[in-house]
Design a protein around this ligand. Structure first.
Ligand code: OGA
Ligand code: NI
Length: 309
């Protein structure tokens, strides 16, 4: 029997145009602390930029498999990689999705490796990636401020950091025993900025330990606290367990996740200001490369457990 999942009613909605106002900083603090998640509105990325990003990806995933498989690889360190994944189980069913990963920063270093079919793919996704990156940098500063750190804490390193775009396509039906979706996980990033074409995202509600579905709010983007923000905050902001179980209607659900991290070999540590006798250092230093190494090792322990002291 399908489990019934309630809607999470009290999800914070952050008004980006009022970032750095005290009340919004407080709202970000509460959101990251209590949910590991928030919506962001008035983020400045235009509807047309968003629509075109979704469109070119929809066209890419609509290509014959042979053309997408050109980007297929077992090497998870590849800057561009396509795969049809079958990972994890949900109610004894396999969960599957089509997945395209793109490294996106610095853009000029990677954009020529991105798909060139459809023809406008690089242009439209390049614009979206650049705009989301600006948003990510602003949000990062506001989140640091919400931790009572300087809004410029790690700013320069974050600005030089990695941006990995994960594009997920969830077709309505892949076969009788296979459902589409993404199994529960936390993101390894500092923050992930998620764009959804339709609802389907669930997060674990810490207040009662049950799954809740997230409404799709028109014009909003979703912000997910990742493992490396948990590290920086010394455990004050926990990365949020989430999954996607799109409803089985006739539409393909498309999501674009922008994962923002420090550089590949930058070591992420708890902020010194958040470590004291009462709050001892709870996390080992780790880099994005450490995470990728962990992922290739097939060690089933989640990365965020590995880095806890
Ligand atoms: C992800 C992710 C959720 C979704 O790509 O890490 O959690 O709704 N995606 O596709
Ligand atoms: Ni995720």
């Amino acid at each position: 029997m399908e489990e019934t999942v309630q809607v999470l009613e009290k999800v914070p909605i952050i008004n980006f145009s009022h970032l750095h106002h005290d009340s919004v900083t407080k709202q970000i603090h509460e959101a990251c602390r209590n949910f590991g998640f928030f919506h962001v509105m008035n983020h400045g990325i235009s509807d047309s930029v968003i629509e075109e990003a979704l469109n070119v990806n929809s066209n890419f995933f609509g290509l014959p498999m042979a053309m997408k498989e050109e980007f297929n690889s077992d090497d998870i360190q590849k800057p561009v990689r396509f795969s049809r994944l079958q990972i994890g189980c949900h109610e004894n069913e396999m969960l599957s999705r089509d997945f395209l990963k793109l490294y996106a920063h610095p853009l000029h270093q990677f954009v020529n490796l991105w798909p060139s079919n459809p023809l406008n793919y690089r242009e439209k996704m390049g614009i979206y990636a650049t705009e989301v990156r600006k948003l990510g940098i602003e949000l990062f500063g506001a989140i640091m401020e919400s931790l009572n750190l300087s809004p410029t804490y790690l700013k320069q390193i974050f600005e030089q950091g990695m941006q990995v775009i994960g594009i997920n396509s969830y077709p309505p039906c892949l076969g009788s025993s296979v459902k589409t979706g993404i199994a529960e996980h936390t993101d390894h990033s500092i923050i992930t900025i998620l764009l959804q074409s339709s609802p389907g995202l669930h997060i674990m509600d810490r207040s009662d330990g049950t799954w809740k579905s997230i409404r799709k709010i028109k014009g909003s983007l979703e912000v997910i606290v990742g493992d490396h923000l948990e590290t920086i905050s010394n455990g004050l902001y926990k990365s949020v367990l989430h999954r996607a179980i799109p409803s089985s209607n006739n539409c393909t659900r498309l999501t674009i996740a922008n994962l923002h991290s420090l550089g590949m070999d930058d070591i992420v540590e708890p902020a010194a200001k958040l470590v004291d006798e009462e709050h001892p250092k709870g996390y080992r230093g780790s880099s994005l490369r450490d995470y990728l190494g962990h992922l290739s090792s097939k060690d089933a322990t989640p990365f965020n457990h590995k880095i806890k002291i």
